[in-house]
Design a protein around this ligand. Sequence first.
Ligand code: ATR
Length: 278
Amino acid sequence: MEKVFGLLGHPVGHSMSPLIHNDAFAKLGIEARYHAFDVKPELVKEAVDAIRALDIAGCNVTVPHKIAVMEFLDEINDEALQIGAVNTIVNKNGKLIGYNTDGRGYVQSLLDETEEEIREKSILIIGAGGSARGIVTALLRYGVGRIEFTNRTIEKTASLIKLAEEFSIPSATVERKVAEESLNKYDVIINTTSVGMSPNFNHSPLSLELLKPGTIVSDLIYNPLETQFLKEAKERGGKIVNGIGMLVNQAALSFEHWTEITPDNKEMKKIVLQQLGG
Ligand code: ATR
């Protein structure tokens, strides 16, 4: 019987996940279908109950439900607990288990695309929202040398500092101006904010005037594929990594949780780029 997978989010109209997963199912000859469900915030519990009632095999969870679904699941894995958000649900014989593949997907793309080891590196994170937390958790679990945070609302970095302390990894909060003046301290700079996302193409979260050539500069944004931030980094000799790898790898890792099959993430990337016209 055809298995059903889904996405719980609100809105879900622009999601690439149905395209990515349905294409992978077809290419691998798996009898399954992935559907995007637009779930209103007040109906999250009912949506999770529906996974059980309808025997939906697995789901992704996206904005704004990644935190709200957690209390209705039967089990949450350690990494998702640490992040405090779930983006993947596996229905294991009626038991719903929550995972988070965003951060790990991102770290994998950073390693693959730069072919550099980051365990000793000094990292600067811009932003302190949900995306930052997922990525920071994955970076800390992987292991990095030092991690610093800057954010428009500086107080919001406190929980990220606490997280770094749990891993005994040196960390600090820096004002944006201070970070901009000492950019040569960092080996990797990651923008987790939405600054520069379409349609605000000419906005950038940080001035890169003093960027040291060879620095890895990364943006979680994939629309546009090359943000103003990445353009500037490239001009100054930075190695750039956009958000496509994260989008694709988080999907591949979810797919693996559901099917125990590792899909070809290059195929996934190809179909996403086709869709984006890149
Ligand atoms: P997400 O889950 O995508 O991380 P979020 O939790 O709303 O979304 O966090 C968005 C991040 O982008 C925050 O760090 C936010 O800064 P604040 O904590 O000060 O709100 C940052 N951000 C969003 N718009 C911004 C802007 N115009 N300038 C600077 N930072 C911005």
